[in-house]
Design a protein around this ligand. Sequence first.
Ligand code: UDP
Ligand code: MG
Length: 320
Amino acid sequence: MTLLSIVIPCYNEEEVIGETMRRLGAFCDGVQGLAVELIFVDDGSRDRTRDLLRGYATDDARIQVVGFARNFGHQIAVTAGIDAARGDAVVLIDADLQDPPEVVHEMVAKWREGYDVVYGTRTERPGESAFKLATARGFYRLLNRLSDVPIPLDTGDFRLMSRAVVDALKAMPERDRFVRGMVSWVGFRQTALPYRRAERFAGTSKYPLRKMLRFATDGILSFSIKPLQVSITLGLLAAALSMAGIAYALFLRIFTSIWVEGWTALMIAVLFIGGVQLICVGILGEYVGRIYNEVKRRPLYVVQEHIGALPHPAPRAPCP
Ligand code: UDP
Ligand code: MG
C-alpha cells in the first residue's frame, strides 16, 4: 500500500501537541487508499513535549519520535524527519497547527495528478505581527532578486514531496539548510496550493528575531553569491571616490596654499573606506565561516532516542 509520511518538527510544544495529535489522527482516519506514518522530531524540547510524544508512540504503531540530544533548529529537525521517512511521499507540517492538516488531502490529490512537489502558499496569515508580515514579504522578494533559483513567494515549509524529490534532497549534505530553497533547486513538477494559514493554536512562536535573522541570512547566503559581487562593486565605488579625493588633495597641495585644511575630507575618506572594507570583509567572513562549517563534516544532528517503528535512521554518509 502507498505510504505517506508526515514530518512534524516540535520544539517546546507541550501546549499544542495534544490537539495536533487529535487533528492528525482525524486526518489519518479520513484519508483513503493510503497508509500514514507520523514522524515527530523533538528538537531538544525542555518541556513535556518528549514525554507526551513518547506516550503517543507507545500507544500507536503509526507514530515515531526522533528525539534530538539538544535543540538543533527547525530546518535540521525537518531534515531528520525526511531522513527517517519511508513514505512514497513526505509531508512537512508545523506542530502548532498553523498549517491545517486538512489541506494535506488536497496536496495528496495534486500528487496523484502527477505533481512531485505541492507547496502551500499562504493567502492569509492572521495573528502574525505586522512586523513579521512586512519582513517576510521583503525577505522573499529580496531572496528572489539575489538567487538564481526561483523560490516561490510567501511559501513556508508546508509541502508534499514525492519520493524522487526526497531522495534528491537527501543527497544534498549541506549544513546551512534552507529547505524550501533546496526543494526549489531540485526541480521536477512543482505546483502551488493556496491555503489560509491559521493562527498558532497555543503557545508562542519558537522563532525569535535572532533565529529569524539567522534563517534569512542562511537563505540568502546559501542560494546566492551576489553579496560577494556587491562587495566588489562597493569596493570599486569606494576606490573611484578615493581616486577623486586623492586627485583633489594633490591639487590643493601643489597649486594652492590651503592644503592644511581638508582635514574633514581626510576623515571622511578614512572612515568611508574603513567602513566599506569592514563590510566587505564581513561578507567574506560569512562565507568563509560557512566553508569552515562544511569542512568540519560533523553530522547534521545527534539523535538521543528513536521511539517507535524504526531503529535509528542510518547516519548520513559523509560527503566524499
Ligand atoms: N521548531 C523546531 N525547532 C526550533 C524552532 C521551531 O522544531 O528551534 C518547530 C516548532 O515547534 C514548530 C515549527 O518549527 O512546529 C515552526 O515554528 P514556529 O511555529 O514557532 O514558527 P513561526 O510559525 O512563528 O514562524
Ligand atoms: Mg508557527
